[in-house]
Write a protein that binds this ligand. Structure first.
Ligand code: XMP
Length: 326
């Protein structure tokens, strides 16, 4: 795919006014390109695909078919938000597929990180392909490609993109934000009326919680991870860290330690907090979370999450630790 360059005359989109102009131009271009045909979009709920969906809904309404595949490795509430925002508020043509069992069954007993990623990526394509083949008269495929993806297409993100679609899916592409940088995509998303939390959400790897539920994934440990992660996010939100820290999450290793709960021996997994700052994800530094907040988060996670009996803090910058554990 030849993408060309961002036009040098194109001003950086930093305000609502500039975003509105961009939106009006794109709406006209999309209508021109698509005519009365149908467009398919894999909607992950991430910033880029969400903004593309909102833009296409504005331009062509129900001619857009959004497919959201829940691989069972989403953070708490994410698939629900996609259904709420796109299915209900924006009244989109949304196909929701809960493929949790398919993914978790395939992943059962698989502990090797690269193998886990391959399974998740491969199955994603399969599920999406199956759904696409059930739909009739689709002529275009929309994608949330952004300019850094083009610039780095032979770099890190290429192998990262789990949402990557099959080569033989022969449809013309619609990529309305392909010359935008991430910050511009966010300004456009807000101008389109998407919720702030969706537009400014932190990056989330395609394989999702699959690379944070370390080793062979089990449903009970995945559940504990999701709940602990939701508490961390809630506390970062409440304490003004959500908008400040680049990426923060919990990882739960496949090991237990001894503890005591309600006067009885209680074996549980540790929840590891990772909170990092970076500009390009190539290197990262550690956010210094106030100790009082760490104590509070520890207290909540150990009391509210079944199966967790310790909370640990990862102090390792990148390098030498990667941001994700797997
Ligand atoms: P690492 O762990 O390599 O992560 O330091 C750098 C950034 O990339 C994200 N990441 C991924 N993103 N699919 C993605 O879309 C992936 O498979 C993937 N693996 C890591 C990671 O969350 C961090 O922001």
């Amino acid at each position: 795919m030849e993408y060309g360059k961002r036009p040098e005359t194109m001003a950086r989109i930093t305000t609502k006014e500039l975003a509105d102009t961009f939106i009006a131009e794109q709406v006209a271009e999309i209508r021109e390109q698509v005519g009365d045909k149908k467009v398919l979009l894999a909607l992950s709920g991430g910033v880029d695909s969400s903004v593309v969906a909102a833009l296409l809904i504005k331009a062509i309404g129900k001619q857009l078919v959004c497919v959201h595949v829940n691989h069972g490795l989403m953070r708490k509430g994410e698939s629900e938000q996609v259904i709420e925002v796109f299915g209900k508020e924006l009244d989109a043509n949304l196909v929701y597929i809960d493929a949790t069992d398919r993914f978790l069954d395939l992943l059962a007993g698989v502990s090797e990180p690269e193998k886990k990623r391959k399974i998740i990526g491969g199955e994603f394509i399969k599920v999406f392909d199956e759904e696409a083949s059930k739909l009739e008269g689709i002529s275009f495929l929309a994608q949330g490609t952004i300019y850094p993806d083009i610039l780095e297409s032979d770099g890190v993100k290429a192998h990262h993109n789990v949402g990557g679609l099959p080569e033989d899916m022969k449809m013309e592409l619609v990529e309305p934000v392909k010359y935008l940088y991430k910050d511009e995509v966010r300004v456009v998303g807000e101008a389109l009326g998407l919720p702030h939390g969706m537009v400014y959400r932190q990056p989330f790897p395609g394989p999702g919680l699959g690379v944070r539920c370390l080793g062979a994934i089990t449903r009970d440990r995945l559940h504990a991870l999701r709940e602990a992660d939701a508490i961390l996010r809630e506390e970062f939100d409440k304490n003004g860290l959500a908008g400040k820290v680049w990426q923060y999450f919990i990882a739960v290793p496949d090991m237990k330690s001894v503890g005591v709960k309600d006067g009885k021996r209680y074996e549980g997994w540790p929840a590891i907090i990772r909170a990092v700052n970076t500009t390009d994800a190539m290197s990262a530094t550690i956010e210094e979370i106030p100790y009082a907040l760490l104590h509070h988060i520890t207290d909540r996670i150990t009391h509210e999450v079944d199966g967790i009996n310790r909370v640990l803090l990862d102090l390792t910058p990148k390098p030498i630790g990667t941001i994700e554990w797997e």
